[in-house]
Design a protein. Structure first.
Lengths: 151, 74
């Protein structure tokens, strides 16, 4: 399942549905990302997430398909929000179902690393310090490259 | 040609209609970069009709061109 939405989501409900549908899986791993209330010491009051009307969903589907093929998943889900978000809100949910745990753990790690650098999202933090556009950090690119080295 | 900008480039607006001599994405980038030099940076990727391109592409009248700064999802 791929979903790109402005509305909030319930990660527990998403995980329950995903697990119920994952027939034959021996392992389900999920990750939920939350908006942080600070960045490098500065308070963040709103995180605004810009996206592309078509490319973003296409990139999410491509990342999910790559993960499914690479880790031989039974199922994979990515739910990502856009628009304004408040600290503490869930911004992204990723889940993988596989016959065994290692593939499921690695697949979710892979999906998150790819989303950081390869999905057309742009974050703007607004807070005590004004507004700042964020870009993937060098550590995010290094995380992304781990999967190329192992491929 | 329709041109759209994302992320930190959202507020960029072309100075006017695309001149007739601008026939490919490289020339478009150079033309827009005259006003906004940050568009010349190769970290800004270009999509033509929802496909991120590598290298330059001829422009068609109905093409939609997107300028994409480095991404930050997740």
């Amino acid at each position: 399942m791929i979903a790109l939405q402005a509305e909030p989501f319930d990660a527990a409900a998403l995980l329950a549905d995903f697990s119920a549908r994952a027939a034959g899986a021996g392992a389900v791993v999920s990750f939920t990302g939350l908006v942080r209330g600070d960045n490098e010491g500065a308070e963040v009051s709103v995180l605004e997430l810009d996206h592309h009307p078509r490319l973003t969903e296409k990139a999410m589907a491509g990342i999910a398909a790559d993960a499914a093929a690479r880790f031989r998943l039974i199922d994979v889900a990515i739910v990502h929000r856009h628009g304004p978000l408040a600290p503490g809100e869930a911004i992204v949910f990723a889940a993988a179902a596989a016959p065994h745990r290692r593939a499921a753990f690695e697949a979710v790690d892979y999906v998150m690393d790819r989303l950081k650098t390869d999905a057309p999202f742009w974050k703007c933090e607004r807070g005590s310090d004004g507004a700042h556009w964020l870009e993937a950090r060098e550590s995010d690119h290094a995380d992304r490259r781990r999967w190329e080295a192992e491929a | 040609v329709r041109i759209s900008f994302y992320g930190r480039l959202r507020e960029v607006a072309p100075a006017g209609p695309v001149p007739p001599g601008v026939r490919d994405t490289g020339a478009l980038r150079t033309w827009l970069g005259g006003e906004r030099p940050e568009l010349l940076d190769r970290s800004i990727r270009i999509a033509v009709n929802d496909e991120v391109i590598v290298g330059d592409r001829q422009l068609g009248d109905d093409d939609e061109i997107s300028f994409l700064p480095p991404m930050s999802g997740g």
